[in-house]
Design a protein around this ligand. Structure first.
Ligand SMILES: Nc1ncnc2c1ncn2[C@@H]1O[C@H](COP(=O)(O)OP(=O)(O)OP(=O)(O)O)[C@@H](O)[C@H]1O
Ligand SMILES: Nc1ncnc2c1ncn2[C@@H]1O[C@H](COP(=O)(O)OP(=O)(O)OP(=O)(O)O)[C@@H](O)[C@H]1O
Ligand SMILES: [Mg+2]
Ligand SMILES: [Mg+2]
Lengths: 219, 219
């Protein structure tokens, strides 16, 4: 379903070259639960962004449903980013001028809501995540963990085939973290492919497969 | 040294009132290591900002060296924020247009570097935190955990009497997280007062005193 083939990502800064990813290859099947772990700076976020078509590798290829991403049209790439993949960013990236419900519904605006997602479905997600009472708050009126949960809710709203989540429990206490584990497992049971970058060993151990990065290389 | 007396913080949003803190009181002695824990949304960040004079309570008082904060002049408050307290923010708040070393040295610019902090001292901190090779990177050229460590380095540069750290290991792996524990303990050994908000139970258990919040109340 998703293949990473010899992915390399270099960042050039003047004479300095940072090798963020070095020949990373692996395959993911539909409905699998994959954890990506490794030290800070090992290339996890870089890898996740390339898998989600939000960034291009310096060399190597990503295949989605056997189609090479480098050969996709802009229209096909948009389709991947807006409908196939739900992305939870490490930095959240909520829009400061929109409130919670507007931020969560933003992907529907871009996709035109082709799956006809209902208000009740969204409320169900917000309720499960414990943030239903924050629907009208703006991001600067939320705690760190509340912002994180809004970012998670937003990734689900287009009912994507893949969830790519970058440290989704970093700002959460144990109780709320467990709710996220539960959510991710429910998605996998619905045959959604979940790839999560995490420093949380408990969450990583729930995955069917662990990819461990160190200095941009799979170890 | 630091006294919180009946701190209450309400946020009014139209007809809705959020009670972020409700009658919170405790005392902290010089050189103590205090952990503040509790679920997401329980008021930890709100409390830390009030203790660090970055926000005012709706009612109640903070005393620093027996001086009530509400009676301090703007000059005295500036002195507290710039020299007495080193603050590590949950959202980091690094300036995007400055590189790492410029971001770390920013407090020296505001304080006029009265303690004559040297370049070697700063390099020592960056080296200990494992980010010495990122001195010239801008924040958008850093990983989440690297940004977190820059925020920690910045809080130390004015050699403050207090460190107030909001989830300083949230974006770090176990190894790098342990480095932060080590750093905080070294500071406490130097008689610096450390108050850390954390979801990390291992770090919280190293503290001499734990303050547990739930719905804005100490439990
Ligand atoms: N400006 C605001 N207006 C309204 N409500 C607010 C505002 N700022 C914070 N809150 C609310 O106050 C509560 C406490 O927020 P706070 O950031 O202190 O929580 P926290 O314990 O740090 O949570 P976390 O562990 O998620 O970081 C939250 O429920 C939040 O929604
Ligand atoms: N635009 C850039 N220019 C130069 N170096 C970069 C850039 N973006 C990232 N890097 C570097 O690439 C390395 C990998 O970054 P990445 O964000 O993928 O790490 P990570 O594994 O997600 O780390 P963390 O656990 O701290 O979030 C880091 O050392 C970072 O400094
Ligand atoms: Mg990352
Ligand atoms: Mg907080």
């Amino acid at each position: 379903l998703l293949i990473a083939q010899n992915l390399t990502k270099n960042y050039q800064r003047g004479i300095e070259k940072v090798k963020a990813l070095d020949n990373v290859s692996f395959a993911v099947n539909r409905g699998q639960f994959i954890a990506i772990t490794g030290p800070s700076g090992s290339g996890k976020t870089t890898l996740l962004h390339i898998l989600g078509c939000l960034d291009k590798p310096t060399s190597g290829e990503v295949y989605i449903d056997n189609k090479p991403v480098s050969k996709m049209t802009e229209k096909e790439l948009d389709n991947v980013r807006r409908l196939k993949v739900g992305f939870v960013f490490q930095q959240f990236y909520l829009l400061p001028e929109l409130n919670v419900i507007e931020n969560v519904k933003l992907p529907l605006l871009f996709s035109g809501n082709p799956k006809k997602v209902e208000e009740e479905y969204i409320d169900e997600i917000l309720n499960f995540l414990g943030i239903i009472n924050r629907k009208k708050h703006k991001p600067n009126q939320l705690s760190g963990g509340e912002m994180q949960r809004v970012a998670i809710a937003r990734s689900l709203v287009n009912k994507p085939e893949f969830i790519l989540a970058d440290e989704p429990t970093a700002n959460l206490d144990t109780e709320n973290g467990k709710k996220i584990f539960e959510l991710l497992i429910k998605l996998v049971e619905k045959n959604i492919t979940v790839i999560v970058v995490t420093h949380n060993n408990e969450l990583a151990n729930m995955a069917q497969k662990k990819i461990v990065l160190k200095d941009g290389v799979i170890v």
